[in-house]
Design a protein around this ligand. Structure first.
Ligand code: BGC
Length: 467
């Protein structure tokens, strides 16, 4: 055998595969200097919103994720930065009337996505708290009175401790408890809330909690992670079917909120990087999209996890797909597996505090990707952590431009919710990340609209059809 010929052959094959991957999975970068960011188009009735999650803003939660905030990891390091718990958060539990007034009078929003805290509504198994239910009813009524459409998320990362202690979503038999909670909430508020999100971001929930161990319960086992994700997807279908079968269920939209990170190779000529990209893309995004599109759950991470199952009953079981988009992840085999994740900035890119690159081209790609479900899209989260307020306006203008372009190119998008309404408690990052449209002084709880937010309000004013 002529080893020289074999070697040349192998090199050519390697190059051919990389070239094919390069063109098959491009990582576009637009020429922002020469783009007219005012070239926007949004239809009448488009939802202009912002989003929050109960635990991140309410304050006073003590029967859920709060326990994790008092713990340390195996090295004695507090689970949240400096051991500072969510505590009073931004007192949205008490201050919601003031916050709704801000949404209406200053921000001119038409939609508000928020979550109902399971541990408040059902503090112990099967015992529902009337005062908590009355609270959320009042939030909904006040929103409607302010001309803002409520969008409710049933599960945004937090579980009541009783549910967590019985194994949470790791146990298939526990799905029933979540369905019972959803049924009760829909019974209470169903008719008033036109859009419902079952789960917020089941991929990050399972990856962070069961794969990387940086969210509760701190497990580091990818096979267990796969089971959790699989059960959450089944729970989504169960809740979807349950709501649809209830009075008023056919009049509302029920959807899943999917966070999309694209994975791009750090070195486009490295097959190792490409293999990582394809494995992560399939496990993180396609496991969920494929479940809803084709009724096929497939999560395979070589040597770490394998779960493949048919679910014909899941096909199309989402009236809209909620898209949360923050960034692409540029991956290499040497990347950190704990937040903050490594960030590989491409030439000319701007870094956010989280830290992510500002990469609105990725938002366009994500919109195209979730369009493959053939369902309307609602952007349920998108926003920047920017303590200096010197990048917020750039983010808003670029991402809304990318959104408008995607819609021009055929994506059926019905609304956009900026993350977040207020600065808030950012899970594994604590209070360091300021994602709000509204800045909160954590000592006095005073609210001040960030300067960069004007970019969003200007666009809303330009396109809100009711003036
Ligand atoms: C979550 C939010 C979080 C945001 C910013 C999303 O993954 O749904 O709860 O605050 O990202 O990191």
């Amino acid at each position: 055998m002529d080893w020289a010929v074999v070697s040349v052959g192998l090199i050519l094959l390697y190059a051919a595969i990389c070239i094919w991957l390069h063109f098959r999975y491009p990582e576009p970068h637009w020429d922002w200097e020469n783009i007219d960011l005012d070239d926007l188009a949004f239809p009448p009735g488009f939802l202009w919103g912002s989003a929050t999650a109960a635990h991140q803003v309410e304050g006073g939660n003590h029967n859920n994720w709060s326990r994790w905030e008092t713990q340390v990891d195996e090295d004695g390091v507090p689970r949240v930065p400096d051991g500072v718990p969510s505590g009073r958060a931004v007192e949205h539990w008490e201050r919601y009337p003031e916050d709704i007034a801000l949404m209406r009078d200053v921000l001119h929003l038409t939609s508000y996505r928020f979550s109902v805290e399971w541990s408040r509504i059902e503090p112990s198994p099967g015992k529902f708290d009337d005062a908590a239910i009355a609270h959320y009813r009042d939030v909904i009524v006040r929103l409607l009175d302010a001309g803002i459409t409520p969008m409710v998320t049933l599960h945004h990362f937090t579980n009541p401790l009783w549910f967590e202690d019985m194994g949470g979503f790791e146990k298939a038999e526990n799905i029933e408890y979540f369905v019972r909670f959803a049924r009760r909430v829909f019974e209470e508020f169903g008719a008033k809330v036109p859009r419902w999100c079952t789960f917020n971001e089941s991929a990050p929930y399972s990856v962070m909690g069961y794969g990387l161990g940086v969210f509760p319960p701190g497990v580091k086992n990818f096979q267990r992670m796969a089971h959790v994700l699989h059960h959450m997807m089944q729970a989504h279908v169960r809740v979807y079917d349950t709501i649809k079968a209830m009075p008023g269920g056919e009049d509302v939209e029920v959807g899943l909120v999917k966070n999309v990170f694209q994975f791009d190779p750090y070195r486009r000529w490295s097959l190792v990087d490409w293999v990582m990209v394809r494995v992560m893309e399939s496990a993180y995004n396609e496991s969920i999209l494929g479940f809803l599109r084709d009724g096929y759950f497939r999560l395979v991470i070589p040597t770490k996890a394998r779960l493949v199952a048919r679910h014909p009953e899941a096909v199309g079981k989402t009236d809209f797909i909620g898209l949360n988009y923050y960034a692409n992840l540029v991956v290499s085999p040497f990347m950190r597996t704990k937040p903050p994740f490594d960030v590989h900035l491409r030439k000319g890119q701007i870094l956010t505090d989280m830290p992510y690159a500002i990469y609105a081209e990725g938002f366009y790609r994500a919109l195209k990707q979730v369009s493959t479900l053939g369902k309307p899209i609602i952007v349920t989260e998108n926003g920047i952590a920017d303590d200096r307020d010197d990048r917020r306006a750039i983010w808003i203008r670029r991402y809304l431009y990318a959104l408008s372009q995607a819609m021009k190119d055929g994506c059926d998008v019905r609304g956009y919710h900026y993350w977040s309404l207020l600065d808030n408690f950012e899970w594994a990052e604590g209070y360091k990340m300021r994602f709000g449209l509204v800045r909160v002084d954590y000592d006095t709880q005073e609210r001040h609209v960030w300067g960069g937010t004007k970019a969003y309000v200007d666009i809303i004013d330009r396109f809100r059809s009711d003036g």
